[in-house]
Design a protein around this ligand. Sequence first.
Ligand SMILES: [Zn+2]
Ligand SMILES: [Zn+2]
Length: 314
Amino acid sequence: MLEVFFLGTGGIMPTRERNVPSIALRYRGEIVLFDAGECTMRQMNTAKLSPMRVDKIFITHFHGDHYLGIPALIQTMNLWNREKPLHIFGPKYTFQFVQNLLNSGFFRPGFDIHVHELGETRLKFGDYEVWSFKVEHGIPALGYVFKEKDRRGKFLKEKLVEYGLSEGPILGKLEKEGQIERNGRIIRLEDVTGPRRKGLKVVYTGDTKPCERVRLFAERADLLIHEATYLNPKDRGESYHSTVEEACETAKRAKVKLLALFHRAFRYSYREYVEEALQICEGLGVNAVVPKDFDVITLKSGTWELKSILEEKQ
Ligand SMILES: [Zn+2]
Ligand SMILES: [Zn+2]
């Protein structure tokens, strides 16, 4: 199970109803942050997500709406006597940003900050990987894929009986070693398990013009969080952003299961945007949602659910 918390869904500048971008993925107790716009710490407090559970922050690019919340996050971690290191990942200029931050004022965290400047790469972390890919935003900018590792299929009872495997320890050994020898016969894990289960895949574009790399990396994703700043090309003008229709077309071509439209411009009210956006998506046959701040999408293999944390509290 994977939970995607939308801490800030607006773009460019905050409004009364929505904060600037930040997405928190909660997976097996860990919180992984993707972008941290201004006031992300406050949004985390409201969502009851502790920054002490954050070890990794992935920044898409250095426009203020995507990273200015990092100083406050570090400050809070420091106030809470954090000791474990924090890893900040991002495109070119991430080193420079962290260095400038640590040289500003009397800002001295008591824990280590490790900086990782990325191009297109695959990072492996235990049960999941994060892949970075280049997008088109006029400045160095990355999108990210969070990919849960594929898991083995379920043990098949009838196969276990057939091979005479019933004891727990022998199954543990089979799982660990991939194969075992029993009465002179080799039994492989695949012989007694069903088809492998695909790990969940969530893709976040950050800010970008429509871009072929997104389609490639979002292939068959469970969730594509695509920026869709504008409702139409006229509003977008020459800026390096996407329209709803362009985000939908990419989602359709990549055969994603669910599209979340993100980073809508402050000029649109939620109601105005959501009505038109969902109509466009429906017209293209794309399964889409427009998350508000504090909405959470819970993904399990093959299913998803969207709920607001705020409504839950009432
Ligand atoms: Zn932005
Ligand atoms: Zn931007």
